[in-house]
Design a protein around this ligand. Structure first.
Ligand code: ADP
Ligand code: MG
Length: 411
């Protein structure tokens, strides 16, 4: 018998009508003879009563509550959702049972707010599925070995689903969401973005890690590590979505390549804080060592480092601004901080060593009169740091430059 994991995101379980559409997918899979395990996110988005951001809003006037308690609070959103969805499944004639992440066997480390799964104990789920009962699991959460409730970070329900898929050797993990699949860009910015039929883990990981919210990067990592077949698809359409599996969709990096069509997707990340930092006059040339030690000791992880003999630029998330400033003050470095930066990236495993790609990126920026503040690249990505106000135009311009709205030519 095959095992299917179906994960439903917040918009897919937002209200009774949408939950009914989601429930029909479960019904269909059960009727087709699959064992099914359901993972759910909290219902809806900010403003909806039990959405994660709404629950976080309750803490607004409370300063910084202990992270443990914050996790205890926000884990409730998924628990509520699991109970309501399990009830809905019973109402349409299926056998179903709601479980918290901990009850489902998700064991994590104790990094509250951003915990990592260290083990999945599958026995409870195996018992239920063997009896023909559909477990409905609260996503985004687990428990520590000591029994404390933890959460897995934004988008963590995707990770719950793929980790369960790995532990239980599921045939496929379906990530049901509000878009047709992984697209060539965020459709909120580029409405004509095309759904990509199939991709390897690597490119999806890069897209997710560089900001595409559609799937959690850690879910992709676990998928790659354990060879879990993942499909990202819409709850609200019959479209097959995007298949993610090894060897899918990538160009032969050594074959014929065309810089006009070498890019797979464009992605963006808003709200970065950029720092320009200089050492005190006369400091020994090991200044960069002192600087990054000071940042590391305070738990600041920096991004987009551009280092020169007399200064360095880097970025941090806005919530790390104060601690970054403290780390710089501690070693007497001078600095300027700029808020409202955004980064825009192109991703494509075929861009490696291909002449003409950077030129096209620069052409897109020049045509749209966009100032580039920093850049970075890897074998399959090029990232630009921009003023936040230029972000949407940059994404649209790159999408056009690399012909991403057009059907992919024969590969
Ligand atoms: P869910 O609640 O189902 O997990 P998310 O909001 O986390 O949904 O992810 C879906 C959203 O991801 C889409 O509505 C879309 O705006 C956004 N998104 C960003 N980049 C992409 C992309 N490349 N392809 C598809 N969707 C994307
Ligand atoms: Mg999500």
């Amino acid at each position: 018998m095959s095992l299917v994991i179906q994960k439903f995101g917040g918009t897919s379980v937002r209200d009774h009508g949408r939950r009914d559409v989601a429930a029909q997918w479960v019904h269909k899979a059960v009727t087709e003879g699959h064992q099914v395990i359901v993972v759910v996110s909290a219902m809806g988005r900010l403003g909806d009563p039990y959405a994660t951001d709404t629950l976080l809003g309750l803490l607004q006037d409370q300063g910084q509550p202990p992270l443990e308690e914050r996790d205890l609070l926000i884990s409730c959103g998924e628990v509520i959702s699991a109970v309501i969805v399990a009830g809905h499944l019973r109402a349409i004639g299926l056998q179903a049972k709601a479980l918290s992440g901990g009850e489902a066997g998700i064991v994590t480390d104790a990094s509250f707010g951003d915990a990592r799964i260290i083990e999945v104990i599958p026995t409870a789920l195996e018992d239920l599925t063997a009896q023909g009962i559909v477990p409905v699991i609260a996503g985004f959460q687990g428990r520590t070995q000591g029994g404390k409730i933890t959460t897995l970070g934004r988008g963590g329900s995707d990770t719950t689903a793929v980790a369960l898929g790995a532990a239980l050797r599921a045939d496929v993990v379906d990530i049901f969401t509000d878009v047709d699949g992984i697209k060539t860009a965020d459709p909120r910015i580029v409405p004509e973005a095309r759904t990509i039929a199939a991709l390897d883990y690597e490119e999806v990981f890069q897209l997710a890690n560089l900001g595409a919210r559609v799937i959690h990067p850690r879910a992709v990592e676990i998928g790659r590590q354990f060879g879990v077949t993942i499909r990202v698809r819409s709850t609200f359409s019959e479209s097959l979505g995007t298949l993610i599996a090894s060897g899918q969709g990538t160009l032969d990096p050594w074959g014929h390549r065309d810089p006009d069509h070498a890019v797979t997707g464009i992605t963006q990340l808003e709200h970065l804080m950029q720092f320009r930092v200089a050492p005190p006059v006369g400091m020994h040339k090991d200044w960069a060592f002192r600087l990054f030690m000071s940042l590391g000791e305070r738990g600041v992880s920096v991004d987009l480092i551009n280092l020169f003999p007399d200064q360095v630029y880097f970025c941090v998330p806005p919530e790390k601004t104060a601690v970054t400033a403290a780390a710089l003050d501690a070693v007497n470095f001078s600095y300027e901080a700029f808020d409202d930066r955004a980064k825009v990236s192109i991703v494509g495993s075929a861009i490696q060593g291909l002449p003409g790609v950077v030129g096209r990126v620069m052409a897109a920026m020049a045509q749209s009169d966009i100032e580039i503040l920093q850049s970075a690249d890897s074998h399959s990505t090029i990232t630009l740091l921009l003023h936040r106000c230029d972000m949407e135009r940059a994404v649209a311009s790159l999408h056009k430059q690399f012909h991403l709205a057009e059907e992919v030519p024969e590969r």
